[in-house]
Ligand binder design. Structure first.
Ligand SMILES: [Cu+2]
Length: 327
């Protein structure tokens, strides 16, 4: 290889290595770890599989790269003419059988471990330490998550659950919407929210706390704003929260505004891709507002289609209080 070409190649290799190291460091700093988190038994199963696959592929990586470097050094040019041919070898049946059989055995091993672990990831336990399984309906919408609890209460973007109880999620999206994907990495794997189809997943938060998540399917212009979080609390605290959530309130109004309206209209209603809200005539007219939320208009999706009267009343009161009048 001529010297300038060799120098360019060396430079490219070193640049790529440096870039890889920088990106790895950034990713590590961002996540705080180099492995999937596990705040729920099924997330623990996913993490175990991650370690198995990483271990197997890690060993293969070291063997293959080690052999590559060894052969590069051992069989280097040593001043022979570039046109000189190496020894002509034809086939080696036993070697070929071995390098076919070993990968098959490795894959079969990985598959066995996956199937062994799958029930623990997939099957919902009937009860946890703090009580029996509880079902929550999850709806992915442009651009927020809507959660419906067993008593009919609703919350937007924040899913409040009792810790140490299995939460069974029924995940879907309205027929007029698009595909989203529910994902709170610390608690469970991704689950698609598909219009007209119902998917299921579950988790059991092992300890109280906040678990961050986001929509994991590109679903439109404000996809990046489609965040969610799970707030796991002690059982008693959950029961009083979910009972309070049944009444029209300023809290529900703000929660609905911040989840369903703010991604496009701004947290201060200042307008982003949707118009500014201050002094908007529709806000002063509840009937017009109801129709707009139910049907959408132009770029605006029908964000309020299917809402309960309580959600609608809470949001209407909140918008009126914050944005009606003035200009
Ligand atoms: Cu989405």
């Amino acid at each position: 290889m001529p010297a300038p070409v060799r120098r360019k190649l060396l430079f490219a290799c070193l640049s790529l290595t440096a870039l890889a190291l920088v990106l790895t460091g950034t990713a590590l700093a961002g996540a705080g770890r180099a492995y999937p988190p596990a705040g729920s038994p099924n997330a623990g199963g996913i993490r175990d599989l991650y370690w198995v696959v990483l271990g197997v592929t890690g060993v293969i990586f070291v063997i293959v790269e080690g052999a590559l470097i060894l052969f590069v050094v051992r069989f280097r040019n040593r001043g022979r003419a570039r046109s000189a041919e190496g020894p002509q070898i034809r086939g080696h049946t036993r070697l070929e059988l071995i390098w076919t059989a070993i990968p098959v055995l490795i894959l079969a091993g990985i598959i066995t471990v996956v199937f062994y672990k799958l029930p623990g990831i997939k099957d919902v336990p009937a009860a946890g330490a703090a009580g029996p399984k509880m079902t929550v309906q999850v709806e992915g919408r442009q651009f927020y998550w809507r959660y419906t609890y067993p008593n009919g209460a609703v919350s937007i973007n924040e899913l409040v659950v009792p810790a140490q109880r299995p939460i069974y999620l029924v995940v879907t999206a309205p027929s007029f919407d698009v595909i989203h994907s529910w994902w709170v990495p610390e608690l469970a794997g991704k689950m698609d929210a598909i219009p007209g189809k119902t998917n299921h997943t579950w988790f059991e938060a092992q300890s109280p706390g906040i678990y961050q998540g986001q929509c994991a399917e590109f679903c439109g212009i404000e996809h990046a704003m489609m965040l969610t979080h799970v707030r796991a609390v002690p059982n008693g605290e959950y029961e009083s929260w979910v009972a309070r959530q049944l009444h029209v309130s300023a809290n529900i109004g703000r929660m609905t505004f911040e989840g369903a309206c703010a991604p496009c209209h701004g947290l201060q209603g200042e307008g982003i891709i949707g118009p500014a809200l201050k002094g908007n005539a529709t806000i002063a007219n509840p009937e017009q507002l109801r129709k707009l939320l139910a049907n959408g208009k132009g770029k605006m999706p029908p964000v309020g289609n299917g809402w309960t009267p309580k959600e609608l009343a809470s949001l209407t009161a909140y918008l009126k209080q914050e944005f009606a009048g003035g200009g």
